[in-house]
Design a protein around this ligand. Structure first.
Ligand code: GRF
Length: 211
């Protein structure tokens, strides 16, 4: 049975969608850099081991990342899922987990990396917005794209309404991609996401990266 760890910083709704999906693997820990993250309570209620490693207790980003990496390794995961984990990770951390480290980002990358993505989308006037699951590499929000889901931007949208529409897609997309990985079908090869086996139909809004 494959093992996965989820990293969170807050609400934990993406974490919850992963835990609820019946993935072919065991969630061996949920770890937060914020001790008061609401997601920790949700995970504990599902019987998952939870841990908080408060980044404020460390002198540098590297020190925090080293402690986090050591804790993750203790659980020997095949896969590490960033789910609303709001810390930039050092290059050393990312390299250590490269190929087994995924993130979900609330925009159609490479548009709108960083934070406040829904405000960025509204300000840019795009008609399509969405979310992206990608392999994490040292380039912030710049790793190889695995799959994306798109939503329309509607007249009258504000940040909250747009965020809610995107979030519903996040909750569908992330478990789907995690499942591909845990089934052994998804790999990072030569800087590209490769998906083996039966591919989801194109033409839908969930579009896996080409191989
Ligand atoms: C999500 O929109 C995620 O894509 C972004 O931060 C938000 C976290 O929400 N990185 P939650 O904690 O999963 O509810």
């Amino acid at each position: 049975m494959k093992r996965y760890v989820i990293l969170i910083s807050g609400r934990g709704s993406n974490m919850e969608s992963l835990l609820a999906a019946g993935l072919p693997g065991a969630c061996v820990a949920v770890i937060s850099n914020k001790p008061d993250a609401a997601g920790l309570t949700l995970a504990a209620a599902r019987g998952v081991t939870t841990q908080a490693i408060d980044h404020r207790g460390f002198a540098s980003r590297e020190d925090f990342d080293a402690a986090l990496a050591a804790e993750i390794e203790r659980h020997a995961p095949d896969l590490v899922l960033l789910a609303g984990f709001m810390r930039i990770l050092s290059d050393g951390f990312v390299r250590r987990f490269e190929g087994r480290l995924l993130n979900i980002h609330p925009s159609l990358l490479p548009l709108f990396p960083g934070v406040k993505t829904h405000a960025q989308a509204l300000a840019a006037g795009v008609r399509l917005h969405g979310c992206t699951v990608h392999f994490v590499t040292p380039a912030l929000d710049g790793g190889p794209i695995i799959a994306q889901a798109a939503v329309p931007v509607l007249a009258g949208d504000d940040e909250a309404s747009l965020a809610a529409r995107v979030l519903a897609e996040e909750h569908a997309l992330y478990p789907r991609v995690a499942r591909w990985f845990l089934e052994g079908r998804l790999q990072l090869l030569e800087g590209r996401a490769r998906l083996a086996g039966e591919r989801p139909a194109h033409g839908a809004l969930h579009v896996p990266a080409a191989d």
